[in-house]
Design a protein around this ligand. Structure first.
Ligand SMILES: *Cc1c(COP(=O)(O)O)cnc(C)c1O
Length: 234
């Protein structure tokens, strides 16, 4: 039996998000909390849902599929893991947003499946701000070309950018990466690269640094451990 205090954790994070947004003059409504439920059982998702959480994030398609199909359709899901072409069909079907588009090929496959499903699929472009070789994401200098190419894919709606900066234990150490993503989004919005250039989404910040991310303009924060506790190791 794992002891959890999912509701307490959620309430704490929500109030922190609200206070942080207000402190820097932002509308708290413009910061959405994604509860990252990867490696956590559906029962814990249900518990979070009972505490008012409707937006969830998953990294692994197969695992997510099992959970999403058994949970109420009222839940919203964002895909935040690395996506392979052979999984794009289920991803387009099950998720409201794919946050990790980082190459034209995967976008084309998603676009085709969204078309077959007769839906418009919201996506974010993942940017490798820290230029880490082992990480997914387009390099900042290549983001413009990718976004230009995505404009031809009419079943996708490019809502903004997402990043996973280099891991640092101190939250302040991530600030410059969040600023870099914000700055890049400004430049790209100035060139009309997004579906709505007046409401560009920025997905950045996790359990350890979401406050800093909100200070720097995050509209989506992805929080796992601080809600559900430590994930089981595989
Ligand atoms: C696991 C994960 C998170 C959540 O991380 P925590 O530190 O547990 O909050 C956020 N974003 C991505 C892309 C992840 O893979």
């Amino acid at each position: 039996m794992i002891c959890t205090n999912i509701c307490t954790n959620l309430e704490h994070i929500r109030s922190t998000l609200r206070e942080t947004a207000q402190r820097c003059g932002r509308d708290p409504q413009q910061v959405k909390l994604i509860a990252v439920s990867k490696r956590m059982p559906a029962t814990m998702v249900t518990e979070a849902h009972q505490c008012g959480q409707t937006l969830f994030g998953e990294n692994y398609l197969q695992e997510a599929e099992g959970k999403i199909r058994q949970l109420p359709p009222a839940l919203h899901w964002h895909f935040i893991g690395h996506l392979q072409s052979n999984k794009a069909r289920s991803a387009a079907e099950l998720f409201q947003m794919i946050e990790t588009v980082d190459r034209l090929k995967i976008a084309q496959v998603l676009n085709r499946h969204a078309g077959l499903l007769e839906k418009k699929l919201d996506v974010l472009v993942q940017v490798n701000v820290g230029r880490e070789p082992q990480k997914s994401g387009v390099l900042p200098e290549n983001a413009y070309d990718l976004l230009q190419a995505l404009q031809a894919l009419t079943n996708l709606r490019v809502r903004g950018l997402m990043t996973i900066p280099p891991y640092r234990p101190e939250p302040e150490a991530s600030r410059s990466w969040f600023q870099a993503l914000k700055q890049l989004s400004r430049e790209l919005a100035g060139k009309n690269c997004f579906y709505d250039n007046t409401a560009v989404e920025l997905s950045m910040g996790m359990s350890g640094n979401f406050q800093v991310a909100v200070e720097e303009g995050a509209t989506l924060v992805r929080v796992g451990t601080a809600i559900f506790g430590r994930r089981p190791e595989y």
